[in-house]
Design a protein around this ligand. Sequence first.
Ligand code: MN
Length: 161
Amino acid sequence: MMKLKSIVLFFLFGTTAISCQQSSVKDQAIQPNSHEPIFAKGERITNDNFTGTAWLNNLVSADSVNQNAVGSVTFEPGARTKWHSHPAGQIILALEGVGYYQEEGKNKVIIRKGEVVKCPIDVPHWHGASADTAFVQIAITGREKGETVWLHEVTNEEYNQ
Ligand code: MN
C-alpha cells in the first residue's frame, strides 16, 4: 500500500515538476532580445528638417481610411528635429534610449523608453535624442489637415538648456 502511494505521489508531483520545467524553457524561448531593435531603422534622413544624424522607417502612410502616418525615427546622440508644428497633432511613443521634447514657451523634458508624448495641434515643438544617448521614437502624425510646418533650427543653446 505504501509503495502504491509513493508511485501515485511520484506521478502527481514528478510530472508536475517536469511540466513546470518545460514551460519555463518555453517562456525563455519567447523572451525578446532587448538589444534587438523592434523596427529596422530605415533610411538616413537627408532633408534639412533635422540637425545631426537621424534615420526614418516609414511604417504606415496615411490614406483615406487611416489618416495617420506612422514612422519609426532613430536619432543618434545630439540629433533632433527643427522646431515644427503639426496641423493635426502628433503622438510620440518612446521605444528606446533617452530623448528630449520641448514645446514653445515650456522647459525641455526628458523622455525615456516606454513614455508617451502628445504634441498638441499647431504648437511649435522639437524632439530628438539626448546629448549622450540615442533615441528611437514612433511618431503617429495626423495628416488630415495638411503637412508638418517646419520652422527654424534648434540652437545648441536651446538644446543644452
Ligand atoms: Mn513633432
